[in-house]
Design a binder for this molecule. Structure first.
Ligand code: 3H9
Length: 703
């Protein structure tokens, strides 16, 4: 069959002929995931090209914005439909004619594995190639763990597979993963590349038969153990990274076909694990959280070409860095030269430290620093498309700033407040344009933490909300849209946990017991170590403003124990150390306070500590859903994972609640309410209703 024009193998795979080169095109927007029809279409198209004597070489390309970005994650958990991906790849790999994958955008997971089945790979200059399965609690399941080490060596492959981080095209070229980097028309270049292979009669063994790059580690298995141990250091509590290491090791000492079988079996095992289910939930929840309900479909984000940040403190400086790092020029505004100089100097120091550690080149650090200007008057916001206020957390001050902003900002500027608790509507009211006002709540350190709570005020215009979300993604954040209430989603739930943590101290636990239960669960740190890190005076101020007390924390503050910055807080810190050490003085204070308040202390087990901390948070999450402050349970999960260190492999508080079972959560909450006399611990109506119906929060998302 002679195909000159594009012909559909099916709806998702097309083919055409360019002279004697067969061009196979995957067309499954948005990311060309390998759904069943794509796999079947590829097998059919490659087989036909193989058997057609008029075809001398085959090029595989993709339509749209990217090469294949992996298996179709939405198919996971459903019975697999043949052909499975490994069969398709094995069939492609066995073809003797030159096969060339033409890669643009991202070749990820099964997409890269597919490209590894071709004998050659060419890539557009901006392409990225990686095996990110580990980020979904998985490992590559279609030969990636065996072919990648054969092509680029086990050491580099191990790094890529365990981290899940992709290589840019240039690095991939240097590693031998890509044969040529192409500027301009990728398809045309790939076809020309294929023609040249034919003309020069160049051939190459399939990747499965390569072994040269494995020789070094095959001769020195102890070195592999060292590399593996280094890779696994940060993989606390996670099953997938260990499985990745094990599989890469097979590339050294297990025959290829046997290793493929083992890889598949391990992949299937991980697919069924709770960890992977949680991580896949987070993948989709993260994307959903940015979608605000009720926004018109055609709403367009405004273009942000420049930004201004008011306040050069820790928060303002961190926010300014986010913009500078994303290539958006930003002006930082302070009230005094001294504060401005200090803020700008800290920013420059942060960038230079990163460069010194090898995180970026010195030139890149300079470029980023060069995108940040300083100013001493609010007038300097006049050209900014987006203004973010990051002044002290005080309503009067914020209102004054917004009233002034109204005078100076461009009419179409987006005005954002970085408040972490305050009423965005009250702030918006001080302007003549409340529709332009939105909350953008960053988390400290703002240049590092991924979460961005985008707070939608009562009057926030749809395109203003869309702009905050869009710019959030552009500066590398995970935006989650929330409504207005005290503390929004994250801090409102954190407050509940804080109250319980304090209550546990009075009832019999010590700070290290409470923190230990949470780190054991997978949090990087517990509430008391976190309080010491952030400064106990911060929470003290908030409580005073709210007119409430936390017995132990307030006493510590009254003693001048503000945490790490004073060397003492809930723990003791030796000079220059950030390691918390239990402190007898604090333990005495806790015991005395219990006695003074007439609370009889008793031992509290790890399990109970966890339930006491986590279930009230879940309960508050249910109220937040009921009040529509968060649109979906997954939004709350995303907030806790990216803003508060909830372990990703436990899927977030609402996902976790479903795994525990809502009836169990409800029953324990009733017991806690009885035991403490605190009626706010009684199950929220939504939680009680779902538990009674035998449902989980996940069933709300599906509606
Ligand atoms: C794998 O390959 C296993 C194999 O080893 C073995 C198999 C046997 N499937 O992120 P975006 C959706 S595991 C289904 O907003 P971007 C996504 O949900 C897989 N859907 O765009 C979103 O939908 P919606 C290994 C997918 O430009 C839309 O596409 N691969 C998939 O910011 C746009 O996504 C990965 O882990 C998928 N694989 O980023 C790659 N990927 O519009 C995962 C995306 O309804 N994907 N969607 O919200 C990514 O990292 C990013 O999506 C990517 C694009 C970088 C590709």
């Amino acid at each position: 069959m002679n195909i000159d024009v594009e012909d559909g193998v099916n709806d998702f795979v097309k083919q055409r002929r360019d002279g004697s080169v067969a061009v196979i095109v995957v067309d499954n927007p948005p990311v060309n995931a390998l759904r069943h029809e794509v796999r079947a279409g590829l097998l059919e198209a490659f087989s036909a090209a193989r058997d057609d004597a008029a075809v001398s070489a085959i090029v595989l390309t993709c339509a749209g914005r990217t090469f294949v970005a992996g298996a179709d994650i939405t198919e996971f958990g459903k019975p697999p439909k043949p052909p499975i991906l490994s069969e398709v790849i094995s069939a492609i790999e066995a073809i003797e004619k030159p096969t060339v994958a033409a890669i643009h955008g991202t070749a990820l997971g099964g997409g890269l594995e597919l490209a590894l089945g071709c004998r050659y790979r060419v890539a557009a200059a901006g392409a990225k190639l990686g095996l990110p399965e580990v980020k979904l609690g998985l490992m590559p399941g279609a030969g990636g763990t065996q072919r990648l080490p054969r092509l680029i060596g086990a050491e580099k492959a191990l790094g890529m597979i365990v981290s899940g981080d992709p290589l840019p095209a240039q690095a991939a070229f240097e590693a031998g993963l890509v044969d040529e980097i192409v500027e301009g028309d990728l398809s045309a270049a790939a076809i020309a590349f294929a023609r040249k292979l034919v003309a020069e009669k160049r051939t190459r063994a399939p990747v499965r038969d390569m072994s040269e790059k494995l020789a070094d580690l095959r001769a020195n298995p102890a070195k592999f153990d060292e590399l593996a141990a280094a890779q696994l250091k940060r993989a606390r509590g996670l099953a997938a990274p260990a499985a990745c290491v094990e599989a890469v090791r097979w590339s050294l000492d297990v025959p290829f076909d046997e290793a493929l079988k083992r890889e598949r079996a391990k992949f299937v095992e991980l697919l069924g694990s709770d960890q992977s289910k949680a991580q896949r939930h987070v993948f989709f929840a993260e994307r959903e959280a940015a979608k605000a309900p009720g926004l018109p479909k055609d709403v367009k984000a405004r273009e942000i070409k420049s930004a201004a940040v008011i306040g050069a403190g820790t928060m303002g400086g961190g926010i300014a860095m986010c913009f500078a790092s994303a290539g958006i020029p930003v002006t930082v505004i302070e009230t005094s030269q001294e504060a401005l100089d200090r803020g700008l100097a800290t920013i420059a120091k942060n960038y230079r430290n990163t460069a010194a550690r090898g995180g970026m080149t010195a030139e890149e650090a300079d470029r980023r620093i060069g995108r940040i200007a300083g100013a001493l008057t609010l007038e300097a916001v006049k050209d900014a498309d987006l203004v973010i206020e990051a002044v002290f957390e005080e309503m009067d001050l914020k209102r004054r700033v917004f009233a002034d902003l109204d005078r100076f900002a461009k009419p179409d500027a987006v005005l954002a407040t970085n408040t972490s608790y305050l009423d965005v509507n009250a702030i918006a009211q001080t302007t003549q344009r409340p529709g332009s006002v939105v909350g953008m709540h960053f988390f400290s350190p703002a240049n590092v933490m991924k979460l961005l709570e985008v707070v939608r005020g009562a009057k926030t215009a749809p395109d203003v909300l869309a702009t905050a979300v869009d710019v959030g993604r552009k500066i590398g954040k995970v935006p989650a849209v929330v409504g207005v209430c005290h503390g929004f989603v994250g801090n409102r739930m954190l407050r509940v946990r804080g109250i319980e943590a304090e209550r546990l101290l009075l009832e019999g636990a010590l700070p290290q017991d409470v923190d230990g239960a949470l780190t054991g669960f997978g949090f990087p740190m517990g509430p008391f170590a976190m309080g010491d890190l952030a400064g106990l005076d911060v929470g003290w101020r908030v409580r005073k403003a709210e007119g409430r007390r936390a017995e132990i924390a307030d006493q510590l503050c009254e003693m001048g124990r503000f945490g790490q910055k004073t060397g003492k807080g809930f723990y003791l810190y030796e000079a220059g150390s950030r390691t918390p050490k239990p402190d007898e003085e604090v333990e005495r204070l806790i015991v005395e306070t219990s006695a003074r308040l007439g609370v009889k202390r008793h031992p509290i087990g790890k399990e109970e500590i966890l339930e006491r901390l986590l279930y009230p948070m879940i309960n508050e999450g249910a109220r937040i859903l009921d009040e529509k402050i968060a649109a979906r349970p997954g939004d709350i999960d995303v907030i806790w994972i990216y803003g508060y260190g909830w372990p990703v492999w436990r899927g977030g508080p609402m996902f976790y609640a479903d795994q525990v079972g809502l009836a169990q959560v409800r029953d324990r909450l009733v017991q806690f309410a009885e035991k403490t006399g605190d009626q706010t611990l009684m199950p929220a109506p939504l939680l009680a209703r779902l538990a009674a119906e035998g449902r989980g929060f996940g069933s709300l998302a599906a509606k």
